[in-house]
Design a protein around this ligand. Structure first.
Ligand code: TXA
Ligand code: MG
Length: 323
């Protein structure tokens, strides 16, 4: 069993050593916990897929300390730089063409000629990057097809037994609780590949125009973000979306002040705050899933604006039939 340790200076130094040794370290970011490995070491990166039990090689996000470091690995356009200036460090990931001379593992790109880069804001993530002295590839630290972990305990329960996991750095609950927003630039056009922690409206404001839409289901765009599997975010219990009432044999994931009564229920935000709801989403889905034991989780409607778009995207995936 991996150790779950306090993220103090001594343990962060050990974590940096473990990364340089090709081992895995789970660490907090402001979005969700990541399962990190040396992004320049193919074997270390392969261990991530192994530990996660991924059904295929999805490309991974590479975490770096700054825009300056990111520019060593990928080719930035003016608009990409604008977004980096506006949202880094933070919950935004940019998918850009790899530089031919980058030492990044090809496996982090899963065969694509692009790489996903993010500069995390979380102090512990930044300290780990300094200690590792290299870029750190990290998907969310959950087993494949499960919801993303927002607390160290979630990581321990899913991946604690993985032999290759050196340690879990405990930094408490994640502030945002929702994965980063992923923006790609197919044909140079800023395109929303995955809704997430940074709202579309905020990105469009910085760009001064609308984002193009990736069609997750079909053709080139679908292949551009293979992580957009229909059943990627799946709790074990079935979900019933847009529920305005709750059946006797259902548990309830509520939102807002007017929740119907239910024996077992949790409220994403009693005041109807979408940011609070995003921060609670995965932890509450997990907790309800554990209590439901196969019963249906009825989910109240969430407004499809701001972070609600990302929440609804996750809920739709969680409700999709398993392939
Ligand atoms: O908040 C987050 O983004 C967390 C923390 C740990 O940084 N990471 C995370 O990683 O959610 P992951 O691997 O679970 O999701 C990465 C997403 C996937 O949808 C993947 O398909 C997409 O980014 N992605 C990565 N590289 C890509 C690429 N080269 N082209 C298109 N999409 C890419
Ligand atoms: Mg993930």
């Amino acid at each position: 069993m991996a150790d779950c340790v306090e993220a103090n200076a001594a343990n962060i130094a050990l974590a940096g050593e473990a990364i340089r040794d090709g081992r895995l370290v789970a660490f907090p970011t402001e979005t969700v916990y990541g399962l990190g490995a040396d992004a320049t070491d193919d074997k270390a990166v392969a261990r991530i897929f192994e530990a996660k039990g991924r059904p295929r090689f999805n490309p991974l996000i590479v975490h770096v300390a700054s825009l300056q470091v990111a520019e060593k690995h990928a080719v930035f356009t003016d608009e990409a730089r604008k977004l980096a200036a506006g949202f880094w460090p933070g919950g935004l990931t940019l998918v850009l063409p790899r530089r031919p001379e980058t030492p990044l593992s090809l496996l982090v790109s899963a065969g694509l000629d692009t790489v996903a880069l993010r500069v995390p804001a979380h102090e512990i993530a930044q300290a780990l990057l300094r200690a590792a002295e290299r870029p750190v590839a990290a998907p969310s630290a959950n087993r494949s097809g499960r919801v993303s972990p927002t607390r160290a305990e979630h990581v321990m329960s899913e991946l604690g037994a993985a032999e290759t996991l050196a340690m879990v750095l405990d930094g408490g609950p994640c502030r945002l609780g929702l994965e980063s927003t992923v923006i790609g630039f197919p044909q140079g056009i800023p395109t929303l590949l995955r809704p997430g922690a940074v709202a579309r409206e905020a990105i469009e404001k910085v760009l001064g125009h609308r984002l193009a839409e990736a069609d997750a289901g079909s053709g080139e765009e679908g292949r551009a973000s293979p992580g957009q599997l229909e059943s990627h975010y799946a709790p074990g219990s079935p979900l019933r979306l847009n529920a305005r009432d709750v059946g006797a044999d259902e548990v309830l994931l509520a939102f807002g002040p007017d929740a119907p009564k239910a024996k077992t229920s949790m409220n994403l935000s009693t005041s109807g705050d979408l940011t609070e709801a995003a921060a609670n989403l995965f932890a509450m889905l997990r907790a309800l899933d554990a209590e439901a034991r196969g019963r249906v989780i009825a989910v109240m409607p969430i407004p499809d604006e701001g972070l609600g778009e990302a929440i609804n995207d996750r809920l739709k995936r969680a409700a999709a039939p398993r392939g």
